[in-house]
Design a protein around this ligand. Structure first.
Ligand SMILES: [Zn+2]
Length: 90
């Protein structure tokens, strides 16, 4: 099953969210990105890092799959998914 119709994670670009990470009022969905294991509204409040900082740290670690609820798709490519949010890692 492909999950191309879902919403894109603003941190890592993974298109696997069942609803937008934040609504029009900026309120978080409390959904969890299964790729990054980032919970909108919780991870942001617990740690005081921006999405950009989380992303840079993740890329510096080699952009690993962090999900605990499911395994990475066989064709998963973290560098490709970053293009979904306009990030071009070097
Ligand atoms: Zn993500």
């Amino acid at each position: 099953m492909r999950e191309r119709e879902k919403y894109i994670c603003p941190v890592c670009g993974y298109p696997g969210l069942s609803e937008p990470a934040y609504n029009d009022y900026g309120n978080p969905s409390f959904d969890i990105c299964v790729s990054f294991w980032y919970q909108f509204g919780k991870t942001d409040d617990d740690e005081h890092f921006t999405h950009e900082q989380w992303r840079q740290k993740w890329i510096a670690e080699g952009a690993p799959w962090r999900g605990k609820s499911k395994k990475a798709p066989s064709d998963w490519n973290p560098m490709e998914q970053l293009r979904n949010i306009g990030v071009r890692p070097h």
